[in-house]
Write a protein that binds this ligand. Structure first.
Ligand code: OSB
Ligand code: MG
Length: 366
């Protein structure tokens, strides 16, 4: 396919409630959308970079800049989605920016071929079980109310964000209030150090599925040491930016579970490689999220349908994030989301809604 032009579109999406993690509080999502135009079809990619470089080094203005200045100029030859990563390889890092571009090319290619993301990636089922990520709250009663609401909506797994000062007590309160059958896990977003090992071992009696990213993004060795001091399984998120990182983490014993976020690892093709590697090594994976709109969610749900995704993902329904999504909303049915079956992402932005939330557009002719 020859890419003739690309639209970069920024949209402002207010969140239904503030989302607080150990690295900051989000009240709205500033999303960069990439629309690739080819003679055969158009395709969409949602960039998951956040407004500020607090989760990882990428941020949305930087992603837009690197796409415009370095990535698109490397994509002037005719190519398919399988060629994008190689063409962009000389540019170091910027995986979220690369993922958005590759996803848009893949969407265009699949729409032209009449094939869905799920089918292309190797989905083994037509719906996926859903969990929900619950932010840090001002009080334990407020947290219990939030969790009760999500359980009522049918979520099959609860993930609690933790940080020093908001860990053992709120997690224990949720466990005691909702019982031992609730699938429960925690996510620290790198807020602890190895000296907190004894404290974190206090979580061991709470029957957690996993603790996600307790230590620094770049510290596989310390995670391996921590794993020896905890009974709660360690899952890595921020630390795993590629299949090579996943291989290193597995070899070192840094984790026994991986959260796969396609944006973080440079796209759905790399995400599938990590899935395949983990599956071959007996490492469970689940699909993470970055507060995506319906466009990014569609692809995540397709990925989460691969056979190695044996734990419920952070693939929540649209209304957990947004009063009005830019696509037809994803809605939970019996705790599950349906994998879109139409060509490409299988969903479209609704033009009137998209226009309402758009803050800027830029057209780049290739
Ligand atoms: O660490 O998984 C994370 C959201 C933004 C950035 C990082 C994370 C998260 C979430 C929410 O936990 C996942 C979602 O529901 O999209
Ligand atoms: Mg995480």
């Amino acid at each position: 396919m020859k890419i003739t032009g690309v639209e970069l579109r920024r949209i402002a999406m207010p969140l239904v409630s503030p989302f607080r993690t150990s690295f900051g509080t989000e009240t709205a999502r500033d999303v960069l959308l990439v629309r690739v135009v080819t003679p055969e079809a158009e395709g969409w990619g949602e960039c998951v970079a956040m407004s500020e470089p607090l989760y990882s080094s990428e941020y949305v203005d930087g992603a837009a800049e690197v796409i415009k200045r370095f990535l698109l100029p490397a994509l002037t030859r005719p190519l398919g989605a399988n060629d994008v990563a190689r063409a962009l390889e000389p540019i170091k890092g910027h995986r979220m920016a690369k993922a958005a571009v590759e996803t848009a090319v893949l969407d265009a290619q699949l729409r032209a071929a009449g094939e869905s993301f799920g089918r292309f990636l190797g989905a083994a089922r037509d719906r996926v079980p859903c969990g929900v990520s619950v932010g840090i709250m001002d009080s334990i009663p407020q947290l219990l109310d939030a969790v009760a609401g999500y359980l009522d909506e049918g979520y099959l797994r609860i993930k609690l964000k933790i940080e020093p000062g908001w860990d053992l007590a709120p997690v224990r309160a949720v466990r005691e209030r909702f019982g031992d059958d609730v699938l429960l896990q925690v996510d620290a977003n790198a807020a602890y150090t190895l000296t907190d090992a004894r404290h974190l071992a206090g979580l061991d009696d709470l029957g957690l599925l996993l603790i996600e990213q307790p230590l620094a993004n770049d510290d596989l060795v310390q995670h391996a040491k921590l794993a020896k001091q905890l009974r709660t399984p360690i899952c890595l998120d921020e630390s795993i930016e590629s299949a090579e990182h996943a291989a290193a983490a597995i070899a070192l014993g840094s984790c026994s579970i991986v959260n796969i976020k396609p944006g973080r690892v440079g796209g759905y093709l790399e995400a599938r490689r990590i899935h395949d590697l983990c599956r071959a090594n007996g490492i469970a994976v689940w699909c993470g999220g970055m507060l995506e709109t319906g466009l990014g969610r569609a692809a995540n749900v397709a990925l989460a349908a691969l056979p190695g995704f044996t734990l419920p993902g952070d693939t929540s329904g649209s209304r957990r994030y947004y009063a009005t999504d830019i696509t037809e909303p994803f809605e939970l049915n019996d705790g599950h989301l349906a994998v879109p079956a139409g060509p490409g992402l299988g969903v479209e932005p609704i033009p009137s809604i998209l226009d309402e939330v758009t803050t800027a557009t830029e057209w780049i002719t290739l």
